[in-house]
Design a protein around this ligand. Sequence first.
Ligand SMILES: [Zn+2]
Length: 114
Amino acid sequence: MHELSIITNLFELLEEKAVEQKANKIVHVKLQVGLLSGAVPDLLKTSFDIYKKDTMAAEAVLEIEEVPLKYQCQDCKTEMVKDDYIILCEKCGSTNLKAVAGTDMFLLKMDIEI
Ligand SMILES: [Zn+2]
């Protein structure tokens, strides 16, 4: 499962940061997930809840902010937000579009208790 390996990596990052800040526990985690990152938010939450037991984040809540897909037309430079996979420029009809947002995942915020 793709989401489980994402969560495994996330926990490595979280625990590293938590140790750096001498935290006792992690209470809140906020992720920004792009629609095109390939990760399904619901599955991420489920994986997080399974994985968090016996970690510093055992009581942590995972919050996910979804980022819509944004394309830029390489011909007329128009930027547009799309929630589907029809890749066609709204202005000039070109198919020469490049995804500029919504393709990645970031850790936005982590709240800890010391
Ligand atoms: Zn265009």
